[in-house]
Design a binder for this molecule. Structure first.
Ligand SMILES: NC(=O)c1ccc[n+]([C@@H]2O[C@H](COP(=O)([O-])OP(=O)(O)OC[C@H]3O[C@@H](n4cnc5c(N)ncnc54)[C@H](OP(=O)(O)O)[C@@H]3O)[C@@H](O)[C@H]2O)c1
Length: 465
């Protein structure tokens, strides 16, 4: 395990219900019923980032004068009046854009999104943003919740993008970010603004070759980190949420705490990061529900799997043996069922709050969760403590949590489990994979390089000058 100086066992703030990185996403649920635009055909499945060039998509649509990011390439300015210039960039880029709400809601194979080579680059970053040449991203269930509704959710005058997880190389730096030490050429990873529920005027989306990102939501890749920059792009949202939850649950733990954690859903994004985060931050043992196909993965991460198809995790565990339940699934009645396995005054921590709960139920058919209010829940005479992850101040906590994840990664205690990869142009198939509900770890999105252009060439030229 690693210790985590500066991290304290703060009591959970009562009555707060916004999960890490998920603030404000709830507005999207309201627009699912709006009228529908023309559905896009489902493109053929592709296998590598280079295959985007072979893509004969009905989705490669002329977006005409609407523009997609409201910006200009080469030398651009934003409404703050800042200008910036990145030498040699093309005028357009590849991106996934959303047009109107999804015609059938969350329905495999039919999305309201399309791939285009003609998206305009983001404008010059605002002072609290950096511009990144995107190298990697991934699919979180939040991306298909957003794909379902994006494009009608806000008063956009253009088709908005998608993609919450991001990694890439910095190509332009806003003033405030420069003051915080960000430089052109830095390798960074984290989340985009939409992962925090911020869908306002600054479109910052990682399913694109370039994105503007708040520098408070990303951290620098450690020199020599054992995880590639591309794969760091799969961690931000699910990893940050899971590590934040472990901190809420009291981590880092001391050996004498002898903590036992049970994870409701061990195989996917939040599950694989929570297992690693818990053990890396001192938990003595972790049990996790999973399909038998994923037992090897769960074991390789150091946890003990339980096949939820044949037995309930809560019945498989000895009574009153668990200190913390991490309910990252949100099935109906979990708090009550888990109470049997929890110790007296044990902690039930759930992600299934607010709109996430209804999306989750709508998307997965798992059932509407029955959530206890934050506070003490008495089940069969035994009190357990029920909480949802705390509200975080993204400006400080994201920086702190990415820094902590870097330490876990550098120490070899955390890595993304990437079950499948899709090229940028095949995001629709990647969303389908996620909707299937049995992702093995993370579903990576590989973003192709810009042909004939690299920030490294520019940096080399600067150094030689
Ligand atoms: N609030 C936040 O900040 C935040 C952040 C991230 C995620 N979330 C939410 O948390 C939930 C999980 O996210 P995720 O990224 O981990 O999703 P994911 O990667 O898509 O995970 C899917 C996993 O669920 C497992 N599963 C399906 N049915 C199950 C069942 N009945 N019992 C146990 N496991 C089951 C599958 O395991 P098997 O294949 O082994 O069956 C699969 O690996 C989503 O609803 C998501 O929206 C919230």
């Amino acid at each position: 395990m690693i210790d985590a100086p500066g991290l304290t066992h703060e009591p959970f703030p009562r009555g707060r219900t916004r999960p890490l990185f998920a603030a404000g996403l709830g507005t999207l649920g309201l627009v699912a019923l709006l009228s529908l635009s023309q559905p896009q055909g489902h493109p053929p499945r592709l296998t590598s980032a280079g295959d985007c060039d072979k893509q004969d998509v009905n989705g490669d649509t002329d977006i005409g004068g609407r523009g997609c990011f409201g910006g200009a390439a080469l030398s651009s300015s934003n409404s703050e009046g800042s200008t910036c210039s990145v030498p040699g960039l093309p005028a357009t880029m590849q991106a996934i854009l959303a047009r109107g709400p999804s015609p059938l809601g969350v329905s495999r194979g039919i999305w309201n999104i399309y791939w285009t080579k003609d998206a305009l680059l983001p404008p010059c970053p605002y002072e609290d943003e950096i511009q990144v040449q995107v190298r990697g991203s991934s699919v979180n269930p939040a991306d298909w919740y957003e794909a379902q509704t994006r494009g009608a959710a806000q008063a956009f005058d253009h088709d908005p993008g998608l993609g919450d997880d991001v990694s890439g190389v910095v190509v332009a730096v806003g003033r405030a970010c420069a003051a915080q030490g960000f430089r052109v050429g830095d390798e960074v990873w984290g989340v985009t603004a939409s992962a925090t529920g911020d869908f306002r005027s600054r479109e910052q989306n990682a399913y694109a070759q370039f994105a503007n990102v708040f520098c408070k939501l990303v951290g620098k890749r450690s020199p020599g980190a054992p995880v590639s920059l591309e794969d760091l792009g799969t961690i931000g949202l699910a990893g940050g949420t899971s590590i934040g939850a472990m901190l809420d649950a009291g981590a880092p733990w001391r050996p004498e705490d002898n903590v036992t954690l049970a994870v409701a859903s061990g195989s996917g994004g939040t599950g694989t990061f929570a297992i690693q985060g818990a053990l890396g931050l001192g938990a003595a043992r972790v049990f996790a529900a999973a399909s038998a196909d994923h037992f090897a993965t769960i074991r390789s991460l150091g946890a003990t799997p339980v096949d939820y198809h044949t037995t309930s995790l809560w019945d498989a565990l000895p009574p009153s043996s668990v200190d913390v339940v991490w309910d990252n699934l949100g099935a109906a009645g979990t708090a009550q069922a888990a109470a049997r396995a929890l110790k007296r005054n044990g902690l039930y921590l759930t992600l299934a709050v607010g709109h996430f709960a209804s999306w989750q139920a709508a998307g997965t058919g798992i059932g509407t969760p029955t959530l206890p209010a934050d506070g003490v829940l008495v089940v069969d005479g035994k009190p357990i403590v029920a909480r949802s992850p705390s509200v975080r101040d993204e400006a400080t906590d994201s920086v702190r949590i990415v820094a902590l994840m870097n330490r876990l990664i550098d120490a070899g205690l955390m890595r993304p489990v990437v079950g499948k990869r899709y090229p940028l142009c095949d995001v629709a198939a990647a969303l389908d994979e996620s909707v299937n509900g049995h992702a093995a770890g993370k579903i990576a999105i590989d973003v192709p390089p810009v042909e004939g252009w690299s920030i490294d060439d520019f940096l080399d030229a600067e150094v030689r000058r």
